[in-house]
Design a protein. Sequence first.
Length: 327
Amino acid sequence: MTTSRQIRLVRRPQGMVRPDDFAVAAVETPDAAEGQVQLEALLVSVDPYMRPRLDADQPLDAPMLGSGIARVVQSRNAEFREGDLVRHFAGMQERFVSDGRGLQKLNPDPDLPLSVYMHALGGTGITAYGGLLETGALKDGEQVFVSTAAGAVGSVAAQIAKIKGCWVAGSTGSDDKAAWLRDEAGLDAVVNYRTTPLAGALREAMPKGIDVYFENVGGEHLDAVLPRMNVRGRIPVCGMISTYNGDRVGVRNLSSMIYSRVRMEGFVASDFGHLQPQFQADMTAWLKAGKIKYQETVLDGFERAPEALVGLFEGRNAGKMLVRAAA
């Protein structure tokens, strides 16, 4: 038996999440029984999709749903050895026991940091890759706009579009993030939606219209983009973060889809399992060649996960938000 901790939701958020919506709970984790492994969390992922789940799907007084990277510290399962690294979906638990189902063995490239397997080479990376190339049916040289382009998903989607020879513009909410997108990620145009009216800025940023809009925001963003969509344009819908804290901004320009014959389709990362081998090969090569740049915001200490969750929704992260639970 090992003393451990869990991050739990103890109160349904009312609007923006607050630190006291969560608690760090002490628990006893049993030793691995026959056929089981005990794991120690190394990295904990903090993601926008968690917010809508807090309203209903996330049980109260139970470990927060989510993914991470963990190390096997005890094994009585022939498929795993002590010291193995795995990706898991066991939620925010410092130590936990598993029968091996749902664990994905990880053999990280020694030339890359482990943390990239939580974003560019992980769930956010495949979300961007599959959403843009399969759902968005991107063609080389098209006109692409990405909302929240400095985020973990948006930044990868925008840079993949640049690799494919596209004109790429993105939106973000701060001058620092805008500078990173221009200077490091190499976008052709960047809009700070907090300081510039979006509709007018889009006309300047996308003078040839938009073939693919990688949608992360909804609301005013979607409303501004729809009149700029080209004929047969595509809108892969990754998220609608403008609505996650209870805000509901109406969209008035949906009729633009009719005569422009625009296709809008939602997707989730699990749609793209068949793309994993090609994705892993492409993304590893792009990262090593410096074609994909990334940012990370890493908070040290498992107990800081609630702080990370609040910070994510207040926009205090640059790129992927992570909690480092152990070295």
